[in-house]
Unconditional design. Structure first.
Lengths: 419, 300, 336
């Protein structure tokens, strides 16, 4: 693992940043526009159970920044990433984000926090008016709820609702073909888990009307033991099981469920399975788990995507995570928007970001767009497939055309009162 | 709430067998961690917040040994002995300085040690979660007992933990070491007056607690994901167990652990969203009705 | 007694004036943020010390009231748009009622059992916050920002004015608590801490004294929660989680339990350590842990207690023939 260049503030820098912040709290980027480097604040989780979220996000961002800087930086200024640990606590996230802007002189924020922290950083962005790109929160309401909308906040991450549309369509097809009508769910008991599960079930039932959910288990997030959930599911004898557990929680669940032979008794749909860390951590991965794509270098199956995954692996010794591509893409968006605006000014970049389409290895058709209306990315590769326990892990991914996703998403937004 | 599911289960043997055994599975690992906590509190009067860290160290050591040798027996030995030796070091260097001191200062030292140990694990094994994998011997289909599903690995786990409970119980009831421990728990100054080396005794008790916590980590490693800070949640639950059972009582720890296990498994059926709250409710009720816990001596 | 109240008042006024003058000499908004956080956690930790230092009751569940403060204030502001001072008073009233109910059950218990039952209540409230999504926003916390309408010409949406407001709340809160501990009630509380049986013989209602202290501590903790919710413009379940209580306990320990301002010193110390260490070290657990160990094993008591004891010991040495017993008494390091 490589170390971040840790930016310890020297005294002069501190004073300069302080002076810069004076009287310009609402528009911090104006004051130090003359500096040669542009500092990008990067609050994320580097300690505790989900430290990998932070390290793999940071690695990917760093890798892209090196490319951007080699090509002259943004607006003629080289990017310097200032990474800080928030320990996954929302009040620390708020504090760190404020400090990055106010005393470290960061002119832009890339918020690589998980959901709860992201909402806290969102409020900081509201307060300070600084350009902020959320890169790791998949909770749909962050960008879908008009009450939360800010002109200066963007999301560059997959979204629960998109995954659910594709997952629901994919699962319904199999359910109809194999007559799987009795379903169970087992998802972590917090906002992401509940929302994503509800959305998946909604689309599943819409496309496969005979499906009914006969049992629900709601383990706590980071719960070490799932025995009670597993036996509960086994009692209900469903034909298929959906789960949006992720990371270490998902692998624990699989290890524990495997000794109950759960996977021989039902089909398993785990949206967060196809991430390399999870795929490689489980020693005896049962074949035939259905999963959404998190990050897989073979989907989209383009040379660009494979090259990116390999480059990351060559540099850091492990495959990228889902968080990695989202943060890499955020840097690409920043660089492209700055080029278009011909400026490193946050406001101008924000203007340029709205509706911007960039070429990207992570796009379904080679491009990803920052949708103007709700300032979130669309057109990224999203698919579902069946996993096998060795490379390429998911030989075939099935997708849904984005046009279709948009239709269903719009209907969902209406039903939620968001549009 | 889903009381239907709960009542349906209560009248079905297969469901009862499955749920009761899974309650025991959850309970037994808690029990192994809780014995150490309760012994250490009983003898040294110290609330050992570092105990979860030894469970974590045990799990990581088990994984490393298992991957190196392929033998789960060696992995368990490595976990237990490694955690025990580490416990001796921690006890000698840090814990001995805080016995009999201010309770809050003890907490502070424990907190600092947990921070350090979690970070050490992160440096040695990396920040990402790991999984050890199930040993081949246990990779077999589950057994069906009276219609209930029971994986063989869990039978082994329950048997191992119960064996330890019996051995520990007998040792404390019959052996000289056990008698000294009980005497020290009752009146430490008297024990020291009688010419027994309390320093050595304390180290022994602490090491024993760590050995069992490490063993619990080793037993949990095949089925739980390994992350820095994994000792944390088991620590909290073990505390609830010791408080319910009574600080200082091994029998109390056993009963408390099984009780928490059953609350979890049956709670998941009846009150899926409030399982966690049920545990705290149980603890609050016990504390209010009998502050010293179900099997504890009256508070001093 | 009178003169001490006057001295405390003057001291408080001076402290506030210094804090108020700070923005004139520095332009760092990080420093301003730092003081606001100190105000929130300082009120919280000092209120805990009413229980720990003066009442001898170690609570592991004090975060309950910090969280209650942040949530009630946030919910009141989001739903009613009541003037802020009124909302703060209402929040404190809510905290008082909750503290009365919880305290009525908890304060009967002694020592470690009191600690655990307070922890249990806190976790129950934490589970309720998470489960009661329509009101509290569940695990995502209160979102959408807390409205801060102007009152009396004060606009708390402005960071500088929020800073002054937080500093004022801190000083007023500390003065009020200082007044409590130097009142006859404060001395009764110390007596109950040192020897409840004897206090009972002397006609003191031990239960009632402890309960009163518990309610007062809860009320001031909720004030800390209000400041925190204003600072982050939201409220999160973490505020009512046991780690928050743990943090307060550590602050109290770092600073010291005997001197009234010990927890304040601890707050500044912990925040400085936290901010500095997370900034410069990737493995900050390692560094922070080592520093705490040095403190705990090196000083064996809070920083301010250590400093005061050291001074007292020197003084005792100076008056060579003086009453050694008095000095030794002070060395005990209990809140006097």
């Amino acid at each position: 693992m490589t170390k971040t260049p840790l930016t310890s503030m020297n005294r002069r820098g501190f004073l300069a940043a302080g002076a810069a912040a004076a009287g310009t709290v609402s528009m911090p980027w104006v004051a130090s526009a003359q500096a040669k480097t542009i500092k990008v604040g990067f609050p994320t989780i580097l300690s505790g159970r989900v430290a990998q979220l932070g390290t793999s996000s940071r690695n990917a961002a760093q890798m892209e920044i090196e490319k951007v800087n080699a090509a002259g930086g943004i607006g003629g200024r080289t990017i310097e990433l200032v990474v800080r640990d928030t320990k996954g606590q929302p009040q620390e996230a708020a504090r760190v984000a404020r400090e990055l802007v106010n005393s470290d002189g960061c002119e832009l924020l890339i918020d690589a926090e998980a959901s709860t922290g992201a909402f806290a950083v969102h409020e900081v962005a509201r307060d300070l008016g600084v350009l902020c790109i959320h890169t790791n929160s998949e909770t749909s309401s962050l960008s879908a709820d008009p009450k939360l909308k800010l002109p200066n906040a963007f999301r560059c991450a997959r979204q629960g609702i998109h995954d659910s549309v594709v997952g629901g369509t994919y699962a319904a097809e199999i359910a109809n073909a194999k007559n799987l009508t009795r379903w169970a769910t087992c998802s972590p008991d917090y906002a992401y888990g509940r929302d994503t599960t509800a959305e998946f079930v909604m689309y599943l039932k819409q496309f496969a009307p005979k499906v009914e959910v006969i049992s629900e288990a709601w383990p706590k997030i980071f719960q070490p033991d799932y025995t009670e959930a597993i036996t509960k599911i086994l009692q209900a004898k469903p034909q298929a099981l959906y789960s949006c557990l992720w990371g270490g929680d998902l692998t624990s669940f699989i290890d524990q469920a495997a000794i109950y032979a759960l996977f021989t008794q039902m089909q398993f749909y785990a949206v967060n399975m196809a991430d390399y860390t999870a795929l490689t951590a489980v020693k005896n991965l049962p074949a035939g788990i259905h999963s959404g794509n998190r990050y897989i270098k073979t989907f989209p199956s383009t040379p660009e995507n494979a090259a990116w995954g390999d480059a990351y692996k060559a540099k850091y010794g492990e495959y990228p995570t889902n968080w990695s591509w989202q943060n890499a893409l955020a840097i690409n968006f920043l660089a492209e928007a700055a080029k278009k605006a011909n400026s490193a000014d946050g406001k101008k970049i924000a203007e340029a970001l709205r509706g911007l389409t960039v070429k990207s290895p992570f796009g379904a058709d080679g491009t990803v767009t920052m949708r103007a209306e709700d300032q979130t990315i669309v057109g990224y590769a999203v698919g579902w497939g069946t996993t096998i326990p060795k490379e390429p892990y998911v030989p075939e991914m099935k997708s849904v055309p984005w046009q279709r996703i948009f239709e269903l998403e719009t209907a969902w937004k209406k039903s939620k009162g968001f549009a | 709430m889903d009381l239907n599911a709960l009542t349906e289960c209560l009248v079905s043997t297969s469901c009862m067998v499955t749920q009761v055994t899974s309650g025991f599975i959850i309970g037994m690992l808690l029990f192994l961690v809780a014995i150490g906590l309760t012994l250490i509190f009983g003898v040294m009067k110290i609330v050992n917040f570092t105990h979860g860290a030894f469970y974590m160290i045990g799990a990581y050591l088990a994984m490393t040994v298992f991957q190196a040798t392929g033998s789960y027996t060696l992995a368990l030995l490595g976990a237990a002995i490694g955690a025990c030796l580490f416990g001796v070091v921690v006890e000698r260097f840090f814990m001995q300085r805080i016995y009999g001191g201010n309770v809050l200062m003890q907490l502070l030292v424990c907190y600092a040690l947990v921070l350090i140990l979690d970070d050490l694990v992160r440096i040695i094994w990396g920040p990402e979660f790991k999984s050890m994998g199930m040993p081949d011997a246990f990779r077999v289909p589950p057994l069906f007992i009276m219609g209930g599903i029971v994986p063989p690995f869990y039978l082994f786990l329950i048997a191992a933990a119960l064996a330890i409970a019996v051995v520990a119980g007998l040792a404390i009831a019959r052996t000289r070491f056990g008698k000294t421990i009980r005497a020290a728990a009752h009146n430490p100054s008297m024990v020291s007056v009688l010419g027994i080396n309390t320093g050595l005794l304390f180290t022994g008790v602490f090491a024993l607690g760590c050995l069992l916590a490490g063993l619990a980590g080793g037993l949990a490693a095949p089925v739980r994901s390994l992350t820095p800070g994994m000792g944390f949640s088991i620590l909290i639950e073990s505390f609830i167990v010791t408080v319910i059972g009574g600080m200082g009582s091994i029998l109390g720890a056993l009963v408390g652990a099984v009780l928490i296990g059953l609350i979890r498994t049956f709670g998941a059926l009846g009150f899926p969203l409030f399982t966690e709250a049920l545990m705290y409710l149980a603890m609050a009720v016990v504390l209010i009705v009998k502050p010293s816990g179900l099997f504890g001596r009256e508070a001093t | 007694m009178k003169s001490q109240a006057l001295r405390d008042g003057l001291f408080g006024l001076a402290a506030f004036l210094i804090l108020a003058a700070l923005p004139l000499v520095t332009t760092s908004s990080a420093l301003i943020d730092f003081v606001i956080r100190c105000a929130a956690l300082g009120l919280f930790a000092t209120s805990l010390n009413l229980l720990v230092g003066y009442g001898g009751m170690v609570s592991f569940g004090h975060g309950l009231f910090f969280g209650m403060g942040a949530y009630s204030f946030g919910i009141i502001m989001q739903r009613t748009g009541m003037p802020i001072p009124l909302a703060i008073l209402l929040t404190m009233a809510v905290a008082a009622i909750v503290a009365l109910v919880v305290g009525a059950i908890c304060v009967r218990l002694k020592e470690i059992y009191f600690a655990f039952v307070t922890l249990a209540f806190q976790m129950l409230v934490h589970s309720m916050i998470i489960a009661w999504t329509p009101v509290t926003g569940g695990d995502q916390g209160l979102r959408g920002g807390i409205p801060r309408p102007s009152f009396l010409g004060i606009n708390l949406a402005d960071q500088k004015q929020l800073y002054l407001f937080a500093a004022a709340l801190l000083v007023v809160g500390l003065l009020a608590m200082r007044h409590i501990v130097s009142s006859p009630f404060g001395y009764t509380l110390r007596m109950v801490r040192d020897n409840p049986t004897r206090a009972g013989f002397l006609g003191v209602d031990v239960y009632r004294t402890r309960l009163t202290a518990f309610v007062l501590a809860g009320v001031f903790a909720s004030l800390g929660g209000v400041v925190m919710s204003l600072f982050v413009s939201g409220a999160y379940p973490e505020f009512a989680f046991w780690t928050m209580s743990g943090e307060a306990v550590f602050i109290v320990m770092l600073g010291g339990t005997a001197a009234f301002l010990g927890p304040m010193v601890g707050t500044v110390l912990l925040l400085l350590l936290n901010d500095f260490v997370t900034r410069v070290a990737e493995h900050h657990g390692l560094v922070l842990g080592a520093v705490i160990l040095l403190f705990a094993l090196g000083l064996r008591k809070g920083l301010l207690d250590f400093a005061l004891d050291w001074r007292a010991a020197r003084r005792t040495r100076a008056q060579a023939g003086g009453d050694k017993a008095a000095g030794a008494d002070k060395m005990q390091g209990v809140a006097t």
